[in-house]
Design a protein around this ligand. Sequence first.
Ligand SMILES: [Zn+2]
Length: 97
Amino acid sequence: MGGTVWNCDDCSKEEQKLRGCHGGAKLPTLLVTGDYSNTCPVRLGAKVEPVLREYSHWKAGRLFNPGTYADQPGVYIELMRLIDNLIIQRQKQDNEQ
Ligand SMILES: [Zn+2]
């Protein structure tokens, strides 16, 4: 690494098509605002927060907007809880095996 933090050189050819490293993503990135982006999350960088990146902040107790839960976008809370539930389900399945 080194040089530009946000570049798509590390994205594979397949990832570039899916993520939209040059725009026109086949698999748009879901953002915490509830919008979809046709541009690779790597290129979006710090401008907007893809859901999964924001989830790690959520788990660390850092919310999307300043303030309390009441100050957060509804879709953000829903998405974070959805990911929580998916992970819990997965862990249950793993424990049963
Ligand atoms: Zn990319």
